[in-house]
Structures are given as structure tokens and as C-alpha cells.
Design a protein around this ligand. Sequence first.
Ligand code: HAM
Length: 421
Amino acid sequence: MEIITAVRGFKDILPGETERWQFVEETARKIFSDFGFKEIRVPVLEKTELFRRSIGETTDIVEKEMYTFEDRGGESLTLRPEATASVMRAFLEHSLHGGDSVSKLFTFGPMFRRERPQKGRYRQFHQINVELLGSADPLVDAEVIHMLMLFLERVHLKNVNLEINSLGCPGCRPAFRKVLGQFLSQKEKDLCEDCRRRLGTNPLRVFDCKVEGCRAAVSSAPLLIDYICAGCAGHFREVQEGLKVLETGFSLNPRMVRGLDYYTKTTFEVTTKALGAQNAVAGGGRYDRLVKDLGGPEVPGIGFAAGVERLISLLPEGMEGVSRSPDLYVAALGPEAKKIAFRLCNGIRRQGFLAETDYSGRSLKSQMKRSDRLGAGYTLLIGENEIREGKALLRNMKDGSQGSIGLEDAEAQLLSLLKAR
Ligand code: HAM
């Protein structure tokens, strides 16, 4: 019979890899908590309307990539393509804005986008996501970006570039949209079908298009950064000053538009050349209108998400700490020895040590081999002779030395040995 495999674009994370994931998550948890962020966990399934309203009807995500279905009750539901919208929904639903004036939240978890799978691009992928709500101060932008860069540094990610831009606000963006629309309509024949359609709906999206003709068309296009209002320009200047104070290097990328429509003012991306076409490790920005657009009060916000698969594929070897090996391996032969091993191993585990044994009845020799392969610290050998004599052979696997210990108080003896290690 053929085995059933995972869905295309969905992948398993296996032991050996999970240690890297734990290392990344623990590092994030520590740093974010030093900056005053608290964890929030939100569902992976939401009402479709939430993403339509927040990410934007004319984005690739909403137009083409969402896993949307009608559930048995006839309601349209969507597997979340990102976490920001869900965090905003939870923020409003539980009136978190009624508490402290600033809410600092982070969340980890899987996201779902039906893109064409390729290296660094999956249909289920994971994000480490941060949102700060309740402050419009540009220093907060600098602080959040600084925290992201610090996190990347602490997981030993090398050779990344921080690119920043300003996308203006509802005061200045519409005028630019018009200018850009006019410019691009002169080049309409060079644009792909999608971008021709976008001309009427969301011309800024053309900056994100990978088709050669469209890239050429925008290469000489007017840039939003030259059209933003004095307020947005001042904000952007202060963000840059803040980053300089925190010694966080960056470069300006006036063509970065981000793939989600909720951004205002500061946007940023962390890119690397090591990832090929999928070069963004993390991205984010300010979204001062989003909470209001979702029916809430006027609460400004800023956040980012890092793609965990991409991040992990870039980590240098050996940065994750080694996976845990048994402190003790009990090689037991025969039913009586098996019973002793069973009791002994579980007693040792209750004291916080990793004990391993084998109930398969394999020869002592093959159990010794397994102990070696697992990297055990000590191996205890219990066969019929040992039971008769009331003592077992203990081998130190590091230096090969061995001695015997009485079976009567084996657990206590082993524990004192393990504690002394
Ligand atoms: P995003 O740029 O769409 O932003 O995604 C953030 C990161 O998720 C990307 O930089 C990338 O590393 C990773 N990513 C995205 N799509 C895939 C995929 N198909 N396969 C693997 N990794 C992927 C957001 O999602 C915003 N919600 C970020 C944010 C939070 N903005 C404000 N707050």
C-alpha cells in the first residue's frame, strides 16, 4: 500500500531540526520579554472578512493566496495568512486598549499562504510576530526595529541588511497614487495583466511585481518618499535618528512597498543575499489606521514578523546547542533485569536525568552499541549473572572506565554519581 504523504508546501520539522527551532524561540522569548513584550496566542482560523478588511482586497495574499473555505455552517473561514490581523481582532475583542496605554504583544505560530512552493517558500510556514500598540512615537519604531536586529544578532544570523522606507499616510498617499497611476498608464502596454488591472485599483502593488516588464516600468517611476507630507517626513527622519543612536545600521529602499495594505509611515525589511529569490527574513512596519479600520478606536501600532524557516536555514551550524543525550543507559537482558531497568530508569527520570533503556530483548552487545550511538554518559549492564550476584557493571562511556555497583541501592548510587557530574 502506498503511504500517505504531507500536503504540497507543508512540511514536517523533525527531531534534530526542532532543537534549532527551540533555540530560536527561546532567544526570541528572552529578548522580547526584556523589552516588555508579553505572549499572546491566537487561533489559526478566522472569519475571512478579517483578512479582507485588514490586509486589503487588492493584495496578492487576499486575491490569490488564502486558504478560504465554507465551513459546514456556511460561514466563510480562512486559515490565517499572517498574524497581525488576528492579534488586532483579539486586542479589540478583549478591549486590551482599556488597560495599559501601550500593549506589547508577541506570538509564534504557523501561517498559511497558497503560493508556489520553492526554496524558502512554503504553504505552511511559521512566523515570530511582534506588535506594539498605543504609541505613535518614531522612537518606538526605532526601538522595535532595534529589537528585531538584536534578536537576529543573538541567533547569530550574519550578513543581513535592514532596509527602511516610509509609505506615507492617508493624507499624502492618495496624491502619490494618482501621480504613479498616471505615470504607469503611459507604460500600460509593458505591464503584465495583473498590473494592468492594478493600475485602477492599487498601482503601488506594481512595485512588488516580479515580471520583467513591470520591473522595467517602475525602475524610472516617481517614488513615494518624494511625495510624503511634512509630518510623515519628520517622523521618518526621527526614526532614522533613533536607529543611529541605537547603532542599528540600515539603508533606505524607496521602492519597498510591502505586500500588505495596512501600512502607514515606517516600513522595513531584513533581507539577505543567501536566500535567492525569497530574500526577506523579516518584514514589518507601522499601521496607524488598522485598529480603526477594524472598527476600533484610533490606536496606532507597529510590528514585524520574521519567517522562522528562512531564519533557521541561515543559521550557522552548531549554534543551537546539542540535542540531549541520555545520562544513563540501562542495558538489560532477561525478564528480571527488564523489571529492574524499568524501575531504575523511571526513578532516575523523576530526579531530572535522562535515562534510557531497551525493552526489546536484544543482546547486551547490541544494547551497548545503541547506548554508544545515543551518546549516553554511563551504561549499566544487567544480565542474569549480575542479578544472581546482586551487582551490575557500570561503564563510564566517556573514559571507558568501569566498576560494579550493588543492585540493592543502585538508584541512590547512580543519582549521586549523576549529580556529581
Ligand atoms: P510578511 O512580509 O508578509 O509580513 O511576512 C513576514 C515574513 O514571513 C517574511 O519576511 C518571510 O520571512 C516570511 N514568509 C512570508 N511568506 C512566506 C512563505 N510563503 N514561506 C516562508 N516564509 C514566508 C507579515 O506577515 C506582517 N504580518 C508582518 C507584520 C507584523 N507587520 C506588522 N506587524
